[in-house]
Design a protein around this ligand. Structure first.
Ligand SMILES: [Zn+2]
Length: 470
């Protein structure tokens, strides 16, 4: 068997200890010898980033895999092979097709074990989330579609899609004109939403639904796609001037500021106050970096406790992140017992439960790739949640010890440890929001430093006590 040793260093890393090409080469060859693999071939990409697979030696390696010359790929670390989960997923698929194994010399990662295969499942899930970061090529193709008047993405309220063209939907159109009319008469978005809910229950009508519909330039025949505006892609309801007028009314009256798309709060909604158990709220702040550029940070604190004048800590996101990374390194699930299904009834219920689980995952994928609005997603998730919980209850009645599948949890933790630090902040946020329901923690108080500005109050760090996963 010939082992394909793949080595990569970026320009920045060339100077770093342990990352140099000779260092990686030496260790990987030693690894091969230790495993008893005598034949190997080196593929070295020097001064090249791992963000894309457009690397000459990587391509040679993949070609050699496809012609059957290489049956095992060995890397120093997974991130040498790729930094993109999506690319990893694609390449692992290719390796599997050509019966080629994959090994990382420093990580417990092996596609021939059950653990490794579960890992690939999670990688696939993560890859799905990367759909937002679609390749330039796909975005370009979609751009072209949109500018050609073809409809892409969610069909806006008031329209239907026929042969991928947007057409006016007269039944919903009546409501659209009614909403515009009421807005111009001085009604607030919330009042319009309440009114709509009374006369029409085709969706969940809340303040945000109305705003979303009235803010959509589809109303005047334009299409907004990936922050770009394509004009006159279809026939709208009102003129552009009229649409602008509606926008200025909404601007004047918006009670809640529009969501800042740049803000990413890693732990929004998941941190449980160590004092009262309520969810910590997040406040952003801006700070200046050494080069003078401004950056955004996030602080978390418990608003109810602060209101009750309890001693509250207001700590930055990084402290929680560091604590989570530490926690995940050592967490074990040995105390969770997994019992195999015993009878038919249980099997039947479990099947049903899995079906719903799959359906919910489908919704999540559709939502993540913008094929579904937030409202639709929430609604569908709520609908299925009831049934899901009912089934869970039934199952737990049959067998008292049934918690989340331990293997999945273990693999989730494994994936976290492999990938999390390498993900960008948006992906980290997706990871947390997708997998973590609640984080229980405590503050660890440190004695005040003599050098500190406030010598009476020391610094605090965070220790995570328990993480509840979905
Ligand atoms: Zn509290």
């Amino acid at each position: 068997m010939v082992v394909g040793i793949y080595i990569r260093v970026s320009t920045l890393e060339q100077a770093e200890e342990g990352y140099s090409v000779p260092a990686q080469k030496e260790r990987l060859i030693a690894y091969c010898k230790a495993q008893g693999w005598d034949e190997y071939k080196l593929y070295v990409d020097e001064g090249i980033s791992g963000k894309s697979t457009d690397r000459p030696k990587l391509q040679f390696l993949m070609d050699d895999v496809k012609t059957g010359k290489i049956k095992m790929i060995l890397v120093y670390r997974l991130d040498r092979f790729t930094r993109s989960v999506r690319d990893l997923h694609t390449m692992l698929d290719i390796l599997e097709n050509y019966n080629c194994k994959f090994r990382s010399a420093t990580e417990m990662y092996d596609t021939s074990t059950a653990m490794g295969r579960m890992f690939i499942g999670l990688v696939a899930l993560l890859a799905q989330w990367e759909t937002e970061n679609m390749s330039e090529r796909i975005i370009f193709a979609l751009d072209k579609k949109v500018s050609d008047g073809e409809h892409v993405g969610v069909v806006p309220y008031g329209f239907k899609s026929v042969d991928e063209r947007l057409l006016i939907e007269p039944d919903e159109g009546k409501f659209i004109m009614d909403m515009i009319d009421k807005l111009e008469k001085g009604w607030s978005a919330s009042r319009i939403a309440d009114y709509m809910a009374l006369i029409n229950d085709d969706r969940l009508w809340v303040h945000a639904t109305v705003i979303r519909i009235l803010r959509n330039p589809a109303l005047c025949g334009h299409t907004r796609w990936k922050d770009k505006l394509y004009k006159n892609t279809h026939k709208g309801y009102i003129t552009e001037d009229h649409f602008e007028k509606v926008q200025s009314i909404l601007d004047d009256r918006s009670q809640t500021p529009r969501k800042n798309v740049e803000s990413t709060y890693l732990f929004q909604g998941v941190l449980a106050c160590s004092n009262c158990g309520k969810t910590l709220s997040v406040n952003r702040f801006f700070y200046e970096q050494k080069d003078g550029s401004k950056k955004q940070g996030a602080m978390y604190r418990c608003a109810p406790c602060a209101k009750n004048k309890a001693e509250v800590r207001n700590l930055g996101e990084l402290k929680y992140k560091e604590a989570l990374i530490e926690y995940m390194k050592v967490v074990t699930f040995n105390n969770i017992e997994v019992v195999e299904p015993k009878n038919n009834e249980l099997e039947e219920l479990t099947n049903q439960l899995n079906k719903i689980k799959n359906r919910r995952e489908k919704y999540q994928r559709a939502w993540a790739s913008d094929k579904m609005t937030d409202e639709e997603f929430d609604k569908l998730m709520d609908e299925t949640k009831e049934f899901y919980e009912e089934l869970q209850n039934k199952i737990s009645e049959i067998k008292p010890v049934k918690k989340m599948d331990v293997e999945s949890l273990k693999n989730l933790v494994f994936t976290f440890n492999q990938l999390f630090s390498g993900l960008d902040i948006e992906k980290q946020q997706e990871f947390v929001q997708r997998f973590i329901r609640k984080i229980y923690f405590r503050y660890v108080e440190h004695p005040p430093s003599k050098l500190s500005r406030n010598p009476k109050k020391g610094q605090a760090t965070v220790e995570i006590l328990e993480v509840e996963f979905y």
